[in-house]
Design a protein around this ligand. Structure first.
Ligand code: SIN
Length: 280
């Protein structure tokens, strides 16, 4: 195995070099990359050079592809390769996909285990993606809070009426295929590393079962303020050639709209199938 894997921060992130995921890889490299993904939650795989089809091949080193809710948001000519970009304006407001902390597609009964981006066009400065460890955030909670939230379940819809941002346009055909809301534990056990993690998403959570909305919102706000502290964070500064893959069971993430919007930020995006979250 020729590739190197180097930890980036204490809690989140590792950098991978010396591998070309356009090509088949040997069993040892495959196992090492998947182990690193589960241990470090975010992998930054440098110096890649992908067509949309290459990107699909690379993503499948880590699992099976899952369709996005907005099926129309695909790379032209590649219906199963999606993208994020900064060029959608709705009612005069620019939509920045992923602008506030969240975990992906948690409205699904079986949310995606992973999401991956490949940088195609980047602004000359800014546009970083931030990741926070939901394992460490959970570990550091006071025992009284752990006891309070241990059996709570949240209802995740496509877009919560309390969402801090709009998800932009979705066409009628995609809307029709949105699954029924996912009802998930606020604390989930990771099926591979077995660690407990907070499972939060203010964009999608519309209720907590058995709780008045006002109390549910206050609780989510308190947990979000705790989980998004800089001490739990890895901040990714994009470079050309970066493929970044993250574990939605372990981290939340957000995109930064802090760059010149006259410049295009355009990344291919794929998700990988996951399983129903299990409580602790
Ligand atoms: C996303 O939330 O999937 C997009 C993140 C990014 O564009 O940095």
């Amino acid at each position: 195995m020729a590739c190197t894997i180097m930890q980036l921060t204490e809690h989140v992130g590792a950098e991978v070099r010396g591998v070309d995921l356009r090509e088949p890889i040997d069993a040892d490299t495959h196992a090492a990359l998947n182990r690193a993904f589960v241990a470090h939650h975010v992998l930054v795989i440098r110096d890649q050079d992908y067509t949309p089809e290459n990107f699909k091949t690379a993503a499948q080193v880590f699992g099976e592809l899952q369709q996005h809710d907005k099926k129309e948001h695909h790379v032209p000519g590649h219906p199963d390769v999606y993208y994020v970009a900064n060029d959608e304006i709705v009612n005069g407001k620019r939509i920045i996909p992923g602008e506030t902390f969240h975990t992906d597609h948690s409205n699904h009964p079986r949310p995606p285990k992973a999401t991956t981006l490949f940088a195609v066009q980047l602004p000359s400065r800014g546009g970083d993606t931030q990741y926070v460890s939901m394992h460490r955030a959970y570990d550091d909670l006071p025992q009284s809070m752990k006891d309070r939230i241990k059996d709570l379940r949240a209802v995740h819809v496509y877009q919560s009426k309390y969402s801090p941002r709009s998800l932009g346009k979705i066409d009628a055909a995609s809307l029709q295929d949105i699954p029924p809301p996912g009802v998930h534990p606020l604390v989930r056990r990771h099926p591979e590393n077995q660690r407990p993690a907070l499972y939060l998403n203010p964009v999608r959570i519309e209720a907590i079962e058995g709780m008045a909305d006002r109390d549910a919102l206050a609780l989510i706000e308190e947990l979000m303020a705790h989980a998004t502290q800089p001490r739990y964070e890895y901040r990714h500064r994009w470079r050309h050639g970066d493929m970044v893959i993250w574990d939605n069971r372990s981290v939340m993430h957000q995109a930064n709209p802090d760059y010149d919007m006259a410049e295009r930020r355009y990344l291919y995006r794929l998700m990988l199938k996951g399983t129903a979250p299990i409580g602790i």
